[in-house]
Write a protein that binds this ligand. Sequence first.
Ligand code: NCD
Length: 359
Amino acid sequence: MRSLISILDFTVEELDGLIATAKDIIAHPENYWDKCAHKKLATLFFEPSTRTRLSFEAAMLELGGSVIGFSEASSSSAAKGESISDTAKMISCYADIMAMRHPREGAPYVASQAASIPVINAGDGGHNHPTQTLADLLTISREKGRLNDLTIGLCGDLKYGRTVHSLIEAMARYTGIRFILISPEELRLPGYVRYNVLERNQIPYAEYRSLDEAIGQLDVLYMTRIQRERFDSHETYERLKNCYILDTQKMALAKDDMCVLHPLPRVNEISVAVDDDPRAAYFRQALNGKYMRMALILKLLEEAKDPVKASADTGDLVYGRTCTNPKCISCVEQELPQIARITDAAENIHRCIYCEQKV
Ligand code: NCD
């Protein structure tokens, strides 16, 4: 059964196909009004969300389908101690497709292993957020007219910002891409993106501490919120929370055709005055998210009609290595097998299959 857990589950050709479908939906929405008649989407949100959940709901309704689900863990059986696998099996009895957001890294992956319907990762802890990346790709394509030959700046919380991880994994597969990573030392990009994606594929990137110094070279600036809920120390969050603020003075240093993206919600990192700048694309980006989620639901439901038996993922797997990441789903669901993947045999690097941290 095909699911979307990591943006790497889709090839570049498939991503381009989703963008083409989304553009066709924008041009001819009436052709899609009944495409999901009698189909149900389940939204399982164990963590707060406004845009992602509502855009999934709007997407399914605009395809003629219906939506069931919950928006807080306390109103689901998770509050009684039900495992992710059991929840996924139950939801498979009631819906045709599910979108899951969870604070634990790897939870949607666990659901996809147990479910008999497609599972969409709508954000797992500080790990991945592939459907936000779909919104980002359509936005860059519409704003810039291309997805190749771009210098992309990512600014803010690159450590816990799951949207950043998925966006880099997607964009690194287009040609002529250069990344400029702008963050404080404490919030640098995690190893599984830095080594597995950038260094292994020799993607050019540079790191900056100052947004002023970097902004002039960018075609796209992706601003992010400092992820307060992921910090272990309140003091560290307080020290870092206003480290970058994009204002009209900084925008004056940028190219005339740079575009500014932000997954939203914003806290302080973009001043409201920037909203009137035509280069500010973040509200258009939120709308694009609905169209890409429509395209995604169509694709996964179409593929589910003819489920190819997923080939067992046994390559380079090692059993029994315990993951020590306290935010990993395997740390709370003790019955999950501890499995790691060898991502670099030369350096003997093993990464947990749920959260990708080194084990
Ligand atoms: C993002 C998320 O949930 O990771 N929001 C979203 O889905 N649009 C970004 C964030 O919360 O900062």
